[in-house]
Design a protein around this ligand. Structure first.
Ligand code: FAD
Length: 431
């Protein structure tokens, strides 16, 4: 039986736009809204920004089309992040043998500082160490959020909220219909880890197929317990450092803290086992050591909202274009399902498809947009558009839409999309 509990709530300030979640989508949304003239607050549950980009990862996917002749398809504010990384010698281009795509690898600790500088320079007010747990509503309009911090409960008001929590926490609490976490069939979770002191010249010679075959053999001999026979060990922009994406924890409801506690423990145990395998079995790793585990286990998929349009697998494989396009994507469907392999399915003829603005506009609730991996789409569409360049591109459009809705007293869905398109094109968006 649910228990009822009431506690005092301290009211903090109001903003034109409140962004919940400081991942790639949320930071870019906050910056875009601030540059569009709105007063903006960004709330993040950790003490640093970046979401998966700094908690778990070290490479941006999705900026380029895959294949031998990569075309850049995401631009605008996301370019400022990349430029800042290169200026600080903290990034490199990397042709990924696993996805046949050009990626940008970076130092995630430098990126933490870049994200916050970008936000602060734009005038965004940052509030860390607060987890949003509920919303304030007036009728069908969401008017603010309730967050939990060490000092207790707080509330903040806003004309428009952008839910960039990745898990659609705000949308779900506000009553937006969602699929995913509650309906199951989600992608697996992964604890990433880094190895240091790797002989990267020799390690880089080990082809993905060879590495995967070694995993299968090691398992078959009974020497190791490796639940996933694929995954990547990738060179980074840091000398002697290899970043992995290997562990696999399945069938977890990521909104259940009890299940997540078990997933974190299982992910770390698997990381230790994969590290042992690499060090003992794979050329180049003989003198390597564990250099760090991800801040938390990586969540690929949780809640996806039901929006004014639901992007589908058909849209992706057909390379569909939309009049209200706010971003393009060429990343394949990359489905880390429960089995030991990963399912890849490419966009037709190595092309691109569009992400419509309507995927960011929720059903049933006013005053709200989403950006990033909680967009409206089916499982397969999500498995493509969730990569970080596209999440940033969604944030760019959501920030402009939210700011103009707040300033003009409009519903975010009623802001003319062509105006948003014009603004983001002026910043350099490639739509
Ligand atoms: C293991 C793994 C490997 C991946 N590999 C790649 C890769 O190599 N390249 C790539 O481009 N993409 C990769 N992805 C996908 C990509 O990282 C994510 O889809 C992307 O980061 C989503 O961005 P986002 O801003 O929507 O959400 P997130 O990055 O998840 O950010 C959400 C933010 O909101 C905060 N937050 C959540 N809930 C609340 C709350 N209630 N209150 C306050 N704050 C909250 C979180 O702390 C976080 O900072 C990978 C994902 C995983 C899990």
């Amino acid at each position: 039986m649910p228990e009822t509990y009431t506690a005092p709530v301290t009211r903090l300030w109001d903003s034109d736009v409140l962004v919940v979640g400081g991942g790639p989508a949320g930071v870019i949304a906050a910056v875009a809204a601030a540059r569009s003239g709105a007063s903006v607050t960004l709330i993040e549950r950790y003490g640093f920004l970046g979401g998966n980009s700094t908690q778990i990862l070290d490479r941006f996917c999705g900026f380029f089309t895959p294949g031998p002749d990569p075309q850049k398809i995401v631009g605008g504010l996301p370019d400022e992040v990349i430029d800042a990384l290169f200026r600080l010698h903290a990034a490199d281009y990397h042709m990924c043998p696993y996805s046949d795509a050009q990626l940008i690898t970076y130092n995630p600790d430098v990126l933490k500082v870049i994200w916050e500088r970008l936000a602060l320079d734009a005038g965004v007010r940052l509030l860390g160490h607060v987890q949003v747990i509920d919303v304030l509503r007036e009728g069908d309009r969401v008017t603010g959020v309730i967050g939990a911090g060490k000092s207790g409960l707080i509330s903040l008001g806003a004309a428009v909220i952008v839910d960039a929590s990745g898990d659609a926490d705000v949308a779900f609490r506000a009553g937006v219909p969602c699929e995913g976490a509650e309906t199951g069939g989600l992608q697996a979770l992964t604890t990433t880890f880094r190895l240091i002191n790797v002989d990267t010249d020799r390690a880089g010679q080990v082809a993905p197929g060879t590495l995967h075959a070694m995993m299968v053999e090691a398992n078959a001999r009974g020497d190791y317990d490796l639940p996933r026979h694929q995954g990547s060990a990738s060179l980074t922009c840091m000398p002697g450092v290899v970043a992995t994406n290997m562990t696999k924890v399945t069938d977890i409801d990521v909104t259940d803290p009890c299940q997540m506690t078990g997933a974190e423990i299982e992910g770390r145990q698997q990381a230790m086992e994969y590290a042992r395998f690499l060090i003992e079995q794979v050329p180049g790793y003989e003198r390597a050591e564990l250099g760090g585990l991800s801040t938390q286990i990586g969540i690929r998929e949780s809640r996806r909202i039901r929006g004014q349009y639901r992007l589908t697998r058909d849209d992706i494989v057909a390379g569909r274009v939309f009049e209200d396009a706010i971003a393009r994507c060429a990343w394949p469907i990359e489905d880390h399902h429960a089995r030991p392999d990963t399912r890849w399915e490419r966009v037709a003829q190595g092309g691109t498809f569009d992400i419509p603005y309507r995927c960011l506009v929720p059903q049933a609730v006013e005053g709200l947009l989403v950006a990033g991996r909680c967009l409206s789409g089916d499982h397969d569409a999500h498995a493509s558009v969730r990569v970080m360049a596209q999440c940033m591109a969604m944030g760019q459009a959501a920030g402009v839409g939210a700011a103009w809705a707040a300033q003009r007293g409009l519903s975010p869905g009623d802001v003319p999309v062509w105006e948003i398109q014009d603004q983001i094109r002026a910043w350099g968006a490639l739509i």
